[in-house]
Design a protein around this ligand. Structure first.
Ligand code: GCB
Length: 592
Protein backbone atom coordinates (compact mmCIF):
# COMPACT_ATOMS: atom_id res chain seq x y z
CA UNK A 1 0.00 0.00 0.00
CA UNK A 2 1.51 3.31 -1.12
CA UNK A 3 1.79 6.03 1.49
CA UNK A 4 -0.27 9.08 0.45
CA UNK A 5 1.76 11.99 -0.88
CA UNK A 6 1.44 15.25 -2.75
CA UNK A 7 2.59 15.13 -6.36
CA UNK A 8 1.64 17.06 -9.48
CA UNK A 9 -1.44 14.80 -9.65
CA UNK A 10 -2.19 14.16 -5.96
CA UNK A 11 -3.14 16.25 -2.96
CA UNK A 12 -3.04 15.49 0.71
CA UNK A 13 -4.84 17.01 3.69
CA UNK A 14 -3.78 16.04 7.21
CA UNK A 15 -6.66 15.38 9.63
CA UNK A 16 -4.58 15.36 12.80
CA UNK A 17 -5.65 17.60 15.65
CA UNK A 18 -8.41 17.49 18.23
CA UNK A 19 -11.35 15.17 17.60
CA UNK A 20 -14.54 14.67 19.58
CA UNK A 21 -14.12 11.53 21.63
CA UNK A 22 -16.43 9.14 23.49
CA UNK A 23 -16.18 5.75 25.09
CA UNK A 24 -18.83 3.26 24.02
CA UNK A 25 -20.08 1.23 26.94
CA UNK A 26 -22.58 -0.80 24.95
CA UNK A 27 -21.39 -4.27 24.07
CA UNK A 28 -21.26 -4.89 21.17
CA UNK A 29 -20.84 -1.27 20.11
CA UNK A 30 -23.65 0.43 18.27
CA UNK A 31 -22.65 1.83 14.90
CA UNK A 32 -22.29 5.57 15.32
CA UNK A 33 -24.33 7.55 12.82
CA UNK A 34 -25.02 10.82 14.59
CA UNK A 35 -23.17 13.70 16.19
CA UNK A 36 -21.25 12.37 19.14
CA UNK A 37 -22.84 13.64 22.39
CA UNK A 38 -19.64 14.34 24.30
CA UNK A 39 -17.59 17.09 25.87
CA UNK A 40 -14.39 15.11 25.53
CA UNK A 41 -11.77 15.84 22.91
CA UNK A 42 -8.85 13.58 22.09
CA UNK A 43 -5.58 14.40 20.38
CA UNK A 44 -4.79 12.56 17.14
CA UNK A 45 -2.24 11.09 16.89
CA UNK A 46 -2.12 9.72 20.44
CA UNK A 47 -3.27 6.66 22.30
CA UNK A 48 -6.33 7.81 24.21
CA UNK A 49 -5.60 5.95 27.45
CA UNK A 50 -3.41 8.47 29.28
CA UNK A 51 -4.96 11.67 27.88
CA UNK A 52 -7.72 11.87 30.47
CA UNK A 53 -7.66 11.74 34.25
CA UNK A 54 -10.14 8.88 34.25
CA UNK A 55 -9.45 5.24 35.08
CA UNK A 56 -12.66 4.20 33.34
CA UNK A 57 -11.24 5.49 30.05
CA UNK A 58 -7.72 4.22 30.65
CA UNK A 59 -8.92 0.71 31.40
CA UNK A 60 -11.93 0.63 29.06
CA UNK A 61 -12.34 -2.60 27.11
CA UNK A 62 -14.14 -2.28 23.79
CA UNK A 63 -14.99 0.50 21.38
CA UNK A 64 -14.32 4.23 21.50
CA UNK A 65 -15.44 6.81 18.93
CA UNK A 66 -13.58 9.69 17.34
CA UNK A 67 -15.39 12.29 15.26
CA UNK A 68 -14.71 15.49 13.35
CA UNK A 69 -16.02 17.32 10.34
CA UNK A 70 -13.95 17.41 7.19
CA UNK A 71 -14.23 19.57 4.10
CA UNK A 72 -13.24 18.14 0.73
CA UNK A 73 -11.23 20.75 -1.19
CA UNK A 74 -13.26 22.31 -3.97
CA UNK A 75 -10.56 21.56 -6.53
CA UNK A 76 -10.92 17.80 -6.08
CA UNK A 77 -13.93 17.50 -8.38
CA UNK A 78 -13.29 14.67 -10.81
CA UNK A 79 -10.62 13.06 -8.59
CA UNK A 80 -10.94 9.98 -6.44
CA UNK A 81 -11.06 10.89 -2.74
CA UNK A 82 -9.67 8.62 -0.02
CA UNK A 83 -9.52 8.60 3.74
CA UNK A 84 -6.43 6.86 5.07
CA UNK A 85 -5.65 5.79 8.62
CA UNK A 86 -2.00 5.07 9.34
CA UNK A 87 -3.27 2.78 12.12
CA UNK A 88 -6.29 2.13 14.35
CA UNK A 89 -5.28 0.01 17.32
CA UNK A 90 -6.46 -2.76 17.26
CA UNK A 91 -9.58 -2.70 15.09
CA UNK A 92 -11.13 0.20 13.23
CA UNK A 93 -14.37 1.12 11.53
CA UNK A 94 -14.86 4.30 9.50
CA UNK A 95 -18.12 6.16 8.76
CA UNK A 96 -18.60 9.02 6.34
CA UNK A 97 -21.79 10.61 7.62
CA UNK A 98 -24.03 7.55 8.07
CA UNK A 99 -22.23 5.27 5.63
CA UNK A 100 -19.73 2.70 6.77
CA UNK A 101 -16.77 2.93 4.36
CA UNK A 102 -14.07 0.76 5.91
CA UNK A 103 -13.35 -1.87 8.53
CA UNK A 104 -9.95 -3.17 9.47
CA UNK A 105 -8.49 -5.63 11.94
CA UNK A 106 -4.85 -5.28 13.03
CA UNK A 107 -3.56 -2.39 15.08
CA UNK A 108 -0.28 -1.41 13.47
CA UNK A 109 -0.79 -1.28 9.71
CA UNK A 110 -2.60 1.28 7.55
CA UNK A 111 -5.90 1.01 5.73
CA UNK A 112 -7.98 3.31 3.58
CA UNK A 113 -11.34 3.75 1.89
CA UNK A 114 -12.28 5.28 -1.45
CA UNK A 115 -15.03 7.68 -0.38
CA UNK A 116 -15.54 9.45 -3.72
CA UNK A 117 -19.12 8.26 -4.07
CA UNK A 118 -20.24 9.53 -0.66
CA UNK A 119 -18.66 13.00 -0.62
CA UNK A 120 -18.68 16.07 -2.87
CA UNK A 121 -15.82 18.39 -3.74
CA UNK A 122 -16.24 21.57 -1.72
CA UNK A 123 -18.68 19.86 0.64
CA UNK A 124 -18.34 18.95 4.29
CA UNK A 125 -18.89 15.56 5.87
CA UNK A 126 -18.88 13.99 9.32
CA UNK A 127 -16.01 11.56 9.72
CA UNK A 128 -16.46 9.07 12.54
CA UNK A 129 -13.92 6.43 13.46
CA UNK A 130 -14.61 3.61 15.89
CA UNK A 131 -11.64 1.86 17.47
CA UNK A 132 -11.68 -1.30 19.56
CA UNK A 133 -8.82 -2.41 21.80
CA UNK A 134 -10.06 -5.96 22.34
CA UNK A 135 -7.63 -8.83 21.96
CA UNK A 136 -8.73 -12.45 21.73
CA UNK A 137 -7.15 -15.78 20.94
CA UNK A 138 -7.56 -15.05 17.23
CA UNK A 139 -6.09 -11.54 17.16
CA UNK A 140 -2.46 -10.57 16.63
CA UNK A 141 -1.27 -9.98 19.28
CA UNK A 142 -3.56 -12.36 21.18
CA UNK A 143 -5.30 -11.70 24.47
CA UNK A 144 -8.37 -12.61 26.44
CA UNK A 145 -11.35 -10.59 27.61
CA UNK A 146 -12.71 -11.74 30.95
CA UNK A 147 -16.05 -10.82 32.45
CA UNK A 148 -15.52 -10.13 36.14
CA UNK A 149 -17.86 -11.11 39.02
CA UNK A 150 -19.52 -7.69 38.93
CA UNK A 151 -20.17 -7.89 35.19
CA UNK A 152 -17.23 -5.66 34.22
CA UNK A 153 -14.81 -6.60 31.49
CA UNK A 154 -11.05 -6.79 31.74
CA UNK A 155 -8.51 -7.33 29.02
CA UNK A 156 -5.70 -9.75 29.70
CA UNK A 157 -2.76 -10.21 27.39
CA UNK A 158 0.52 -12.02 27.25
CA UNK A 159 2.88 -9.25 26.24
CA UNK A 160 4.85 -6.91 28.45
CA UNK A 161 3.67 -3.49 27.27
CA UNK A 162 0.54 -1.53 28.04
CA UNK A 163 -2.34 -2.17 25.66
CA UNK A 164 -2.43 1.40 24.37
CA UNK A 165 -5.22 1.95 21.87
CA UNK A 166 -6.90 4.49 19.63
CA UNK A 167 -5.61 6.61 16.77
CA UNK A 168 -1.92 6.71 17.59
CA UNK A 169 -0.90 7.62 14.05
CA UNK A 170 -2.02 10.19 11.51
CA UNK A 171 -5.29 10.28 9.58
CA UNK A 172 -5.34 11.70 6.04
CA UNK A 173 -7.69 12.79 3.32
CA UNK A 174 -6.15 12.55 -0.13
CA UNK A 175 -6.97 12.78 -3.77
CA UNK A 176 -5.62 10.65 -6.60
CA UNK A 177 -6.68 10.25 -10.21
CA UNK A 178 -9.01 7.39 -11.19
CA UNK A 179 -6.24 5.92 -13.33
CA UNK A 180 -3.22 5.92 -11.09
CA UNK A 181 -0.14 4.16 -9.85
CA UNK A 182 -1.50 1.81 -7.20
CA UNK A 183 1.63 -0.07 -6.11
CA UNK A 184 5.38 -0.08 -6.65
CA UNK A 185 7.83 -2.80 -5.68
CA UNK A 186 11.53 -1.98 -5.77
CA UNK A 187 14.38 -4.47 -5.51
CA UNK A 188 18.04 -3.58 -5.71
CA UNK A 189 21.22 -5.42 -6.65
CA UNK A 190 24.79 -4.75 -7.63
CA UNK A 191 26.81 -5.72 -10.70
CA UNK A 192 30.33 -4.52 -9.98
CA UNK A 193 30.00 -0.78 -9.56
CA UNK A 194 26.66 -0.70 -11.39
CA UNK A 195 23.51 -0.59 -9.29
CA UNK A 196 20.45 -2.44 -10.52
CA UNK A 197 17.07 -1.07 -9.51
CA UNK A 198 14.29 -3.51 -10.33
CA UNK A 199 10.77 -2.09 -10.48
CA UNK A 200 7.35 -3.65 -10.67
CA UNK A 201 4.45 -1.21 -10.94
CA UNK A 202 0.71 -1.71 -10.68
CA UNK A 203 -1.78 0.78 -12.05
CA UNK A 204 -5.55 0.98 -12.14
CA UNK A 205 -5.70 0.81 -15.94
CA UNK A 206 -2.91 2.99 -17.39
CA UNK A 207 -1.88 2.38 -21.04
CA UNK A 208 1.76 2.55 -20.06
CA UNK A 209 4.19 3.64 -17.37
CA UNK A 210 7.35 5.80 -17.44
CA UNK A 211 10.01 5.48 -14.80
CA UNK A 212 12.74 8.00 -13.98
CA UNK A 213 15.49 7.61 -11.39
CA UNK A 214 17.17 10.74 -10.07
CA UNK A 215 20.17 11.07 -7.78
CA UNK A 216 20.16 13.12 -4.59
CA UNK A 217 21.04 16.24 -6.58
CA UNK A 218 18.01 15.71 -8.82
CA UNK A 219 19.99 14.61 -11.92
CA UNK A 220 18.38 11.86 -13.98
CA UNK A 221 20.56 8.75 -13.80
CA UNK A 222 18.31 6.20 -15.54
CA UNK A 223 14.94 5.96 -17.24
CA UNK A 224 12.69 3.11 -18.24
CA UNK A 225 9.22 2.27 -19.37
CA UNK A 226 6.76 -0.53 -18.87
CA UNK A 227 5.28 -1.91 -15.71
CA UNK A 228 8.35 -3.96 -14.83
CA UNK A 229 12.02 -3.76 -15.58
CA UNK A 230 15.47 -2.98 -14.27
CA UNK A 231 17.32 0.32 -14.33
CA UNK A 232 21.12 0.32 -14.39
CA UNK A 233 22.97 3.01 -12.47
CA UNK A 234 26.65 3.41 -13.38
CA UNK A 235 29.00 4.12 -10.46
CA UNK A 236 26.14 3.74 -8.06
CA UNK A 237 26.26 5.32 -4.61
CA UNK A 238 25.21 2.66 -2.17
CA UNK A 239 22.87 2.96 0.77
CA UNK A 240 25.21 2.03 3.61
CA UNK A 241 24.58 1.61 7.33
CA UNK A 242 25.52 4.96 8.86
CA UNK A 243 25.85 6.55 5.41
CA UNK A 244 22.50 6.54 3.70
CA UNK A 245 22.21 7.60 0.10
CA UNK A 246 18.83 7.80 -1.56
CA UNK A 247 17.83 8.08 -5.18
CA UNK A 248 14.27 9.02 -6.11
CA UNK A 249 12.21 6.88 -8.44
CA UNK A 250 9.28 8.58 -10.11
CA UNK A 251 6.60 6.52 -11.83
CA UNK A 252 4.19 8.17 -14.25
CA UNK A 253 0.96 6.52 -15.37
CA UNK A 254 0.14 7.34 -19.00
CA UNK A 255 -3.26 7.33 -20.72
CA UNK A 256 -3.52 8.21 -24.44
CA UNK A 257 -0.07 9.80 -24.31
CA UNK A 258 -0.83 12.01 -21.30
CA UNK A 259 0.64 11.73 -17.82
CA UNK A 260 -2.38 11.15 -15.57
CA UNK A 261 -0.58 10.28 -12.33
CA UNK A 262 2.84 10.64 -10.79
CA UNK A 263 4.20 8.98 -7.64
CA UNK A 264 7.76 9.24 -6.26
CA UNK A 265 9.61 6.93 -3.91
CA UNK A 266 13.05 7.11 -2.24
CA UNK A 267 15.29 4.22 -3.30
CA UNK A 268 18.41 3.02 -1.50
CA UNK A 269 20.59 0.62 -3.46
CA UNK A 270 22.02 -2.08 -1.24
CA UNK A 271 22.35 -5.84 -1.03
CA UNK A 272 21.74 -8.22 1.85
CA UNK A 273 23.03 -11.73 2.15
CA UNK A 274 23.32 -14.39 4.79
CA UNK A 275 26.44 -16.46 4.18
CA UNK A 276 27.45 -19.10 6.70
CA UNK A 277 27.36 -17.37 10.05
CA UNK A 278 27.71 -13.90 8.53
CA UNK A 279 25.14 -11.21 7.83
CA UNK A 280 26.38 -9.15 4.89
CA UNK A 281 25.20 -5.71 3.83
CA UNK A 282 26.72 -4.71 0.50
CA UNK A 283 29.01 -7.72 0.74
CA UNK A 284 30.53 -6.61 4.06
CA UNK A 285 29.88 -8.39 7.38
CA UNK A 286 27.56 -6.31 9.51
CA UNK A 287 27.43 -6.35 13.31
CA UNK A 288 24.14 -5.03 14.73
CA UNK A 289 24.41 -2.68 17.69
CA UNK A 290 21.34 -1.04 19.17
CA UNK A 291 18.08 -1.82 20.82
CA UNK A 292 14.73 -3.42 20.97
CA UNK A 293 12.45 -0.43 21.33
CA UNK A 294 8.85 0.55 21.92
CA UNK A 295 6.64 3.30 20.66
CA UNK A 296 6.05 4.69 24.11
CA UNK A 297 6.10 8.04 25.86
CA UNK A 298 4.27 9.75 28.68
CA UNK A 299 0.75 11.00 27.92
CA UNK A 300 0.89 10.03 24.22
CA UNK A 301 1.23 6.30 24.94
CA UNK A 302 2.02 4.92 21.50
CA UNK A 303 1.15 8.18 19.77
CA UNK A 304 3.63 9.05 17.07
CA UNK A 305 5.51 12.26 17.83
CA UNK A 306 8.12 13.76 15.52
CA UNK A 307 9.99 15.44 18.39
CA UNK A 308 10.50 12.05 20.07
CA UNK A 309 11.39 10.57 16.70
CA UNK A 310 14.21 13.06 16.14
CA UNK A 311 15.44 12.90 19.72
CA UNK A 312 15.41 9.10 19.91
CA UNK A 313 17.44 8.81 16.71
CA UNK A 314 19.86 11.45 18.05
CA UNK A 315 20.32 9.38 21.20
CA UNK A 316 20.85 6.23 19.15
CA UNK A 317 23.49 8.06 17.14
CA UNK A 318 25.12 9.41 20.32
CA UNK A 319 25.36 5.93 21.82
CA UNK A 320 26.67 4.27 18.64
CA UNK A 321 23.57 2.22 17.81
CA UNK A 322 23.50 1.29 14.13
CA UNK A 323 20.20 -0.62 14.26
CA UNK A 324 17.00 -1.46 16.10
CA UNK A 325 14.18 -3.98 16.03
CA UNK A 326 10.59 -2.77 15.78
CA UNK A 327 9.76 -4.83 18.86
CA UNK A 328 6.95 -5.93 19.00
CA UNK A 329 4.86 -4.48 16.12
CA UNK A 330 5.32 -2.36 13.00
CA UNK A 331 6.25 1.22 13.89
CA UNK A 332 4.89 4.41 12.31
CA UNK A 333 5.96 4.86 8.69
CA UNK A 334 7.69 8.13 9.62
CA UNK A 335 10.10 6.05 11.71
CA UNK A 336 10.93 3.79 8.79
CA UNK A 337 11.45 6.74 6.46
CA UNK A 338 13.71 8.41 9.00
CA UNK A 339 15.78 5.22 9.28
CA UNK A 340 16.06 5.17 5.47
CA UNK A 341 17.34 8.73 5.38
CA UNK A 342 19.80 8.29 8.24
CA UNK A 343 21.26 4.87 7.48
CA UNK A 344 19.84 3.02 10.47
CA UNK A 345 19.36 -0.72 9.97
CA UNK A 346 15.97 -2.16 10.96
CA UNK A 347 14.75 -5.63 11.85
CA UNK A 348 11.06 -5.21 11.02
CA UNK A 349 8.76 -7.20 13.31
CA UNK A 350 5.15 -8.30 12.84
CA UNK A 351 2.87 -7.68 15.84
CA UNK A 352 2.91 -11.37 16.74
CA UNK A 353 3.98 -11.22 20.37
CA UNK A 354 2.58 -13.38 23.14
CA UNK A 355 2.02 -16.61 21.19
CA UNK A 356 3.16 -18.33 24.32
CA UNK A 357 0.79 -19.29 27.08
CA UNK A 358 3.60 -20.11 29.47
CA UNK A 359 4.29 -16.37 29.68
CA UNK A 360 2.22 -13.91 31.66
CA UNK A 361 2.64 -10.31 30.58
CA UNK A 362 6.00 -11.03 29.01
CA UNK A 363 7.35 -12.76 32.08
CA UNK A 364 6.79 -16.00 33.91
CA UNK A 365 3.50 -16.94 35.45
CA UNK A 366 1.32 -17.79 32.49
CA UNK A 367 -1.05 -20.73 32.18
CA UNK A 368 0.02 -24.30 31.78
CA UNK A 369 -2.38 -24.78 28.83
CA UNK A 370 -0.96 -25.74 25.46
CA UNK A 371 -0.31 -22.69 23.30
CA UNK A 372 -1.35 -24.29 20.02
CA UNK A 373 -4.80 -25.89 20.22
CA UNK A 374 -8.28 -25.30 18.76
CA UNK A 375 -9.24 -23.29 21.87
CA UNK A 376 -6.07 -21.21 22.08
CA UNK A 377 -3.70 -20.20 19.25
CA UNK A 378 -5.34 -21.92 16.30
CA UNK A 379 -5.80 -21.89 12.52
CA UNK A 380 -7.79 -18.67 12.66
CA UNK A 381 -5.01 -17.00 14.66
CA UNK A 382 -2.64 -18.15 11.94
CA UNK A 383 -4.85 -16.54 9.30
CA UNK A 384 -4.79 -13.23 11.19
CA UNK A 385 -1.03 -13.63 11.57
CA UNK A 386 -0.66 -14.27 7.82
CA UNK A 387 -2.66 -11.12 7.10
CA UNK A 388 -0.44 -9.12 9.48
CA UNK A 389 2.62 -10.37 7.57
CA UNK A 390 1.02 -9.46 4.23
CA UNK A 391 0.19 -5.97 5.41
CA UNK A 392 3.61 -5.35 6.92
CA UNK A 393 5.46 -6.43 3.79
CA UNK A 394 3.06 -4.47 1.57
CA UNK A 395 3.79 -1.37 3.63
CA UNK A 396 7.54 -1.72 4.26
CA UNK A 397 8.94 -3.68 1.29
CA UNK A 398 10.60 -0.63 -0.29
CA UNK A 399 12.52 0.62 2.74
CA UNK A 400 16.27 0.12 2.31
CA UNK A 401 16.63 0.30 6.10
CA UNK A 402 14.64 -2.92 6.49
CA UNK A 403 17.14 -5.75 6.21
CA UNK A 404 15.12 -8.62 7.68
CA UNK A 405 11.58 -9.62 8.64
CA UNK A 406 10.91 -10.95 12.13
CA UNK A 407 7.62 -12.81 12.03
CA UNK A 408 7.16 -13.31 15.76
CA UNK A 409 8.59 -12.55 19.20
CA UNK A 410 9.05 -15.32 21.75
CA UNK A 411 6.48 -17.88 20.61
CA UNK A 412 6.20 -21.25 22.34
CA UNK A 413 8.54 -22.70 19.73
CA UNK A 414 9.29 -25.68 21.95
CA UNK A 415 5.63 -26.78 22.12
CA UNK A 416 3.76 -29.27 19.97
CA UNK A 417 2.06 -27.55 17.08
CA UNK A 418 4.68 -24.79 16.72
CA UNK A 419 6.15 -26.19 13.52
CA UNK A 420 2.74 -26.73 11.91
CA UNK A 421 1.79 -23.18 12.87
CA UNK A 422 4.97 -21.43 11.68
CA UNK A 423 6.10 -23.37 8.60
CA UNK A 424 3.38 -21.91 6.31
CA UNK A 425 4.04 -18.41 7.68
CA UNK A 426 7.75 -18.63 6.88
CA UNK A 427 6.89 -19.82 3.33
CA UNK A 428 4.41 -16.97 2.94
CA UNK A 429 7.01 -14.41 4.03
CA UNK A 430 9.56 -15.76 1.56
CA UNK A 431 6.99 -15.80 -1.22
CA UNK A 432 5.98 -12.18 -0.53
CA UNK A 433 9.60 -11.02 -0.33
CA UNK A 434 12.27 -13.35 -1.70
CA UNK A 435 14.95 -10.66 -1.19
CA UNK A 436 15.19 -10.40 2.59
CA UNK A 437 16.19 -12.96 5.23
CA UNK A 438 13.51 -14.11 7.64
CA UNK A 439 13.99 -14.51 11.36
CA UNK A 440 12.06 -15.13 14.56
CA UNK A 441 12.90 -14.12 18.09
CA UNK A 442 13.44 -17.09 20.35
CA UNK A 443 12.49 -17.23 24.02
CA UNK A 444 14.71 -18.61 26.76
CA UNK A 445 12.50 -21.70 27.40
CA UNK A 446 13.14 -22.87 23.84
CA UNK A 447 16.72 -24.02 23.87
CA UNK A 448 18.79 -25.28 20.97
CA UNK A 449 17.83 -28.75 22.17
CA UNK A 450 14.03 -28.43 22.30
CA UNK A 451 13.19 -25.63 19.84
CA UNK A 452 11.12 -26.98 16.95
CA UNK A 453 11.30 -24.18 14.37
CA UNK A 454 14.73 -22.49 14.33
CA UNK A 455 15.95 -24.41 11.26
CA UNK A 456 13.18 -22.73 9.18
CA UNK A 457 14.86 -19.33 9.51
CA UNK A 458 17.93 -17.65 7.97
CA UNK A 459 18.99 -15.91 11.16
CA UNK A 460 18.14 -16.83 14.75
CA UNK A 461 17.42 -14.01 17.16
CA UNK A 462 17.73 -14.83 20.85
CA UNK A 463 16.32 -13.06 23.91
CA UNK A 464 18.23 -14.10 27.00
CA UNK A 465 17.97 -13.05 30.62
CA UNK A 466 20.73 -15.00 32.41
CA UNK A 467 21.59 -12.80 35.36
CA UNK A 468 18.05 -11.43 35.51
CA UNK A 469 15.13 -13.88 35.41
CA UNK A 470 17.53 -16.72 36.13
CA UNK A 471 20.64 -16.45 38.27
CA UNK A 472 19.51 -13.02 39.27
CA UNK A 473 22.44 -11.19 40.88
CA UNK A 474 24.90 -13.97 40.03
CA UNK A 475 26.71 -12.81 36.94
CA UNK A 476 29.43 -15.46 37.18
CA UNK A 477 27.00 -18.36 36.86
CA UNK A 478 25.03 -16.40 34.29
CA UNK A 479 28.14 -15.93 32.16
CA UNK A 480 28.93 -19.65 32.16
CA UNK A 481 25.35 -20.63 31.25
CA UNK A 482 25.03 -17.98 28.56
CA UNK A 483 28.23 -19.04 26.87
CA UNK A 484 27.36 -22.74 27.03
CA UNK A 485 23.96 -22.08 25.48
CA UNK A 486 25.27 -19.86 22.70
CA UNK A 487 27.92 -22.42 21.81
CA UNK A 488 25.10 -24.95 21.52
CA UNK A 489 23.13 -22.78 19.08
CA UNK A 490 26.25 -22.01 17.06
CA UNK A 491 27.23 -25.64 16.77
CA UNK A 492 23.77 -26.99 15.92
CA UNK A 493 22.49 -24.34 13.50
CA UNK A 494 25.66 -22.78 12.00
CA UNK A 495 23.91 -19.57 11.00
CA UNK A 496 23.99 -15.98 12.26
CA UNK A 497 22.74 -15.40 15.79
CA UNK A 498 21.65 -11.99 17.09
CA UNK A 499 21.13 -11.28 20.77
CA UNK A 500 17.94 -9.25 20.36
CA UNK A 501 17.17 -8.87 24.06
CA UNK A 502 19.33 -8.79 27.15
CA UNK A 503 18.73 -6.35 29.94
CA UNK A 504 18.13 -5.66 33.60
CA UNK A 505 15.48 -3.49 35.24
CA UNK A 506 17.26 -0.47 36.65
CA UNK A 507 15.99 2.27 38.91
CA UNK A 508 17.84 5.48 38.02
CA UNK A 509 19.79 6.78 40.99
CA UNK A 510 19.87 3.41 42.75
CA UNK A 511 23.47 2.35 43.52
CA UNK A 512 25.52 -0.40 45.13
CA UNK A 513 29.09 -1.61 45.30
CA UNK A 514 27.73 -5.20 45.08
CA UNK A 515 26.06 -7.12 42.24
CA UNK A 516 22.74 -5.80 43.34
CA UNK A 517 19.88 -6.05 40.82
CA UNK A 518 18.06 -2.82 40.02
CA UNK A 519 21.15 -0.64 40.51
CA UNK A 520 22.79 1.34 37.75
CA UNK A 521 26.04 -0.54 38.41
CA UNK A 522 24.31 -3.88 37.97
CA UNK A 523 22.82 -2.93 34.62
CA UNK A 524 26.29 -1.93 33.42
CA UNK A 525 27.98 -5.10 34.73
CA UNK A 526 25.17 -7.24 33.32
CA UNK A 527 25.60 -5.78 29.83
CA UNK A 528 29.38 -6.02 30.04
CA UNK A 529 29.10 -9.70 30.95
CA UNK A 530 27.00 -10.32 27.83
CA UNK A 531 29.49 -8.40 25.71
CA UNK A 532 32.39 -10.57 26.90
CA UNK A 533 30.41 -13.63 25.85
CA UNK A 534 29.28 -12.16 22.51
CA UNK A 535 32.91 -11.47 21.67
CA UNK A 536 33.77 -15.13 22.23
CA UNK A 537 31.03 -16.52 19.92
CA UNK A 538 31.81 -15.95 16.22
CA UNK A 539 28.19 -16.68 15.12
CA UNK A 540 26.91 -13.72 17.16
CA UNK A 541 26.46 -10.95 14.57
CA UNK A 542 24.70 -8.42 16.73
CA UNK A 543 23.51 -7.20 20.09
CA UNK A 544 20.38 -5.19 20.75
CA UNK A 545 19.85 -4.31 24.38
CA UNK A 546 16.42 -4.53 25.95
CA UNK A 547 15.29 -1.72 25.98
CA UNK A 548 16.13 1.67 24.51
CA UNK A 549 13.96 3.42 27.12
CA UNK A 550 11.74 2.55 30.07
CA UNK A 551 8.16 1.90 28.98
CA UNK A 552 4.69 1.41 30.39
CA UNK A 553 3.27 -2.06 31.03
CA UNK A 554 0.08 -3.46 32.48
CA UNK A 555 -0.13 -3.71 36.26
CA UNK A 556 1.76 -6.54 37.91
CA UNK A 557 3.94 -7.19 40.92
CA UNK A 558 7.08 -7.41 38.79
CA UNK A 559 6.65 -3.95 37.27
CA UNK A 560 7.00 -0.70 39.21
CA UNK A 561 5.32 1.89 36.98
CA UNK A 562 6.38 -0.11 33.95
CA UNK A 563 9.42 -1.93 32.65
CA UNK A 564 12.66 -0.31 33.78
CA UNK A 565 15.12 -2.10 31.51
CA UNK A 566 15.62 1.10 29.54
CA UNK A 567 19.13 2.35 29.00
CA UNK A 568 17.36 5.70 28.97
CA UNK A 569 14.51 6.61 31.29
CA UNK A 570 11.03 7.07 29.86
CA UNK A 571 11.83 10.77 29.46
CA UNK A 572 15.10 9.86 27.72
CA UNK A 573 17.71 10.60 30.42
CA UNK A 574 20.74 8.28 30.29
CA UNK A 575 21.34 5.72 33.01
CA UNK A 576 24.99 4.84 33.73
CA UNK A 577 24.82 1.92 31.28
CA UNK A 578 24.26 4.36 28.42
CA UNK A 579 27.80 5.68 28.84
CA UNK A 580 29.24 2.16 29.00
CA UNK A 581 27.39 1.17 25.83
CA UNK A 582 28.60 4.31 24.11
CA UNK A 583 32.19 3.40 24.93
CA UNK A 584 31.75 -0.05 23.39
CA UNK A 585 29.65 0.91 20.38
CA UNK A 586 31.63 3.94 19.29
CA UNK A 587 34.99 2.15 19.45
CA UNK A 588 36.24 0.78 16.12
CA UNK A 589 35.27 -2.91 15.86
CA UNK A 590 38.00 -5.45 15.24
CA UNK A 591 37.67 -7.05 11.83
CA UNK A 592 35.73 -10.30 12.37
C1 GCB B 1 10.97 -10.42 26.91
C2 GCB B 1 9.98 -9.82 26.00
C3 GCB B 1 9.81 -8.33 26.23
C4 GCB B 1 9.80 -8.04 27.73
C5 GCB B 1 11.12 -8.48 28.32
C6 GCB B 1 11.20 -8.27 29.83
O1 GCB B 1 11.49 -11.46 26.69
O2 GCB B 1 10.25 -10.05 24.64
O3 GCB B 1 8.62 -7.90 25.63
O4 GCB B 1 9.56 -6.70 28.01
O5 GCB B 1 11.31 -9.83 28.08
O6 GCB B 1 11.67 -7.22 30.25
O7 GCB B 1 10.75 -9.14 30.56
Amino acid sequence: MLKPQTSPTRELVGLDGLWKFAVDTSVPASPWTATLPTQLEAAVPASYNDLFADAAIRDHVGWVWYQRSVRVPRGWAGERVFVRLDAATHEGVVYVDDTKVAEHVGGYTPFEADITDVVTAGGEFRLTIGVSNELTNITIPPGKVTVTDDGGRTQDYLHDFFNYAGLARSVWLYSAPAVRVSDITITTDLDGSTGIVGFDIETTGADSVNVTLRDAAGEVVATGDGIAGALRVQDVRLWQPGAAYLYTLTAQAIVAGDVVDEYSLPVGVRTIEVRGTEFLINGTPFYFTGFGRHEDSAIRGKGHDNAYLVHDFQLMDWIGANSFRTSHYPYAEEVMEFADRHGIVVIDEVGAVGLNLAMGGGIFGGQAAPTFSPETINDRTRETHAQAIRELIARDKNHPSVVMWSITNEPASNEDGAREYFEPLVSLTRELDPTRPVTFVNVMFSTFENDLIADLFDVICLNRYYGWYVDSGDLKTAERKLEAELLGWQEKFARPLIMTEYGADTVPGYHSIYDSPFTEEYQTSFLEMYHRVHDRIPAIVGEQVWNFADFQTKNGFARVDGNKKGVFTRDRKPKAAAHALRTRWTAPRDAD
